[in-house]
Design a protein around this ligand. Structure first.
Ligand code: PXL
Length: 262
């Protein structure tokens, strides 16, 4: 069986973070493992509290998993502090993890910050360069590229700047822009647009986590990178289409919908 690892935060409401990742791995018939970086007290309305795990304990979990089982692909999600980012980057290098998807998580769906402001530089300098695929939304792309994104050509410009940091593939997600949900993929040479119809729902909690986890799962299954990204887009679209009206706020995507398509 193929094996995937997520290094991310726990979302008690089950829609995002580690929980979204493991459900997505399972839906794609991939054995999932987790390194937990932080625990959030969270629901569909907001993030009520965050408890960060010590960076050395994050590294300990990573060593436990990698020294014994290893992984076919890995994704990172919420990494709140500079120390955690440094420990994760060092661990990824130490264990030679190459099929790495970095989801540069900065704010939750509800608007709550999930990374300390002083840790953004570490993300840019230490982790993004190690990525095979990095999956920023527009706000995250603005932060990584240090430029505002207003017009469509700003997306391609930002993607080039982010690619220069070191990742092989940059996917700037279009879900937060107006119109159809068009993701722009840059492979270092060409731009490819992945388009999906916009689904009118407020139940999009965990969309970014589900997308990056689906890409990691497809990479673990041995797909090529562009195929994994394209399939990831199909999977997250299916999960949003079947999203669940749970809670009083932004409900979760439905990871089971991914399995039903297989
Ligand atoms: O979607 C980003 C994200 C990542 N990780 C955790 C989260 C969220 C969003 O809510 O809660 C733990």
């Amino acid at each position: 069986m193929h094996v995937a690892l997520t290094i991310a935060g726990s979302d008690s409401s089950g829609g995002a973070g580690i929980q979204a990742d493991l459900k997505t791995f399972m839906a794609l018939r991939v054995y999932g493992m987790s390194v937990i970086t932080a625990v959030t007290a969270q629901n569909t309305v907001g993030v009520q509290a965050i408890h960060e795990l010590p960076a050395d304990f994050v590294a300990e979990q990573l060593d436990s998993v990698m020294d014994d089982i290893g992984c076919d692909a890995c994704k990172t999600g919420m990494l709140a502090t500079e120390e955690t980012i440094a420990a994760v980057a060092a661990g990824i290098k130490r264990h030679g993890i190459e099929r790495l998807v970095v989801d540069p998580v900065m704010v939750a769906q509800s608007g709550a910050p999930l990374i300390r402001p002083d840790a953004q530089a570490a993300l840019v300098e230490q982790l993004v360069p190690l990525a095979l695929v990095v999956t920023p939304n527009v706000a995250e792309a603005e932060a990584l590229a240090q430029m505002p994104i207003d017009a469509a050509q700003d997306v391609t410009k930002a993607a080039r700047i982010i690619a220069d940091l070191g990742p092989e593939y940059v996917v700037v997600k279009g879900g937060h822009r107006a119109g159809a949900a068009i993701d722009v993929v840059f492979d270092g040479e060409d731009f490819i647009e992945l388009e999906a119809a916009r689904i009118e729902t407020r139940n999009t909690h965990g969309t970014g986590c589900t997308f990056s986890a689906a890409i990691a799962a497809e990479l673990a299954r041995g797909e090529g990178v562009l195929d994994a990204i394209g399939l990831g887009k199909q999977h997250v679209t299916a999960a949003i289409r079947a999203s669940l009206d749970l809670g009083a706020g932004s409900g979760p995507t439905n990871h089971l919908a991914i399995a039903e398509l297989l």
